[in-house]
Design a protein. Sequence first.
Lengths: 111, 167
Amino acid sequence: MPIQYYIYLCLALFSIGIVGVLTRRNAIIVFMCIELMLNAVNLLLVAFSKVHNTAALAGDKTSMIGIEAQLFVFFIMVVAAAEVSVGLAIIVMMYRNVHSVDINFLNRLKN
Amino acid sequence: MSITQFLFYFLTVLALFSAVMVVVSKNPVHSVLWLIAVFFAISGHYILLNAQFLAIVNLIVYAGAIMVLFLFVIMLMNLNASAEPQKNNWLKLAGVIAGGCFLMVLVSLVKQANELNNIAVTMGTGEIGLIKNLGKALFNDFVVPFEISSVLFLSAMVGAVVIGKKA
């Protein structure tokens, strides 16, 4: 598989996430689209880690080059889990205050 | 066409279709279920790339924990499709055009990058995705970030409880 195919896949997933953030007004869907973008980036990191590992394996059979990217993905997942818990708490609090999850209600900070 | 190529195309189509369905579904519960399908497809890609540990973690953490959290919140709020306010069609069109322009610019950028031409992802080799090797690296070179992430989790938990508490 050429690396370009993975790049195109991740770009498409990321763009779908962007379109979702721009077109939906439900705060939960917007949040889910952000998760989608995070996953697209994770997939690209793993693909490039695989490329570098394959290149290193040609010289050294037990090479561990590329393992940092996978741990990076692991830490991104950790941070995403923490982010989701706080973000959903914020959405629940917003729903309790204005009885809606419409993000257009949040523009009252403007004035 | 070899079996890995077939799996690659199958998982790609599944991921893209499910991602589109996440955005266009009217019912938030359906969006969550389609997003779980996206995560399964991405986990399949991880397995094809020999990142077995990440595939399992992706399933457990994302498809298991985070999506159940989303589902709980949606059911708690009792949202249904008719209650959701819609943006007007011009704004939607503008959003789609903006995202499409982003995609077009980056795809043309990748197309012109000759450095990427001879790089291929070979599947089915390498052992860096195994839990043994990842664990060694995690607890030797990355101990400090690992411990800091536990503090991050604690603070996120406290923050979620404080925010979610009835004021």
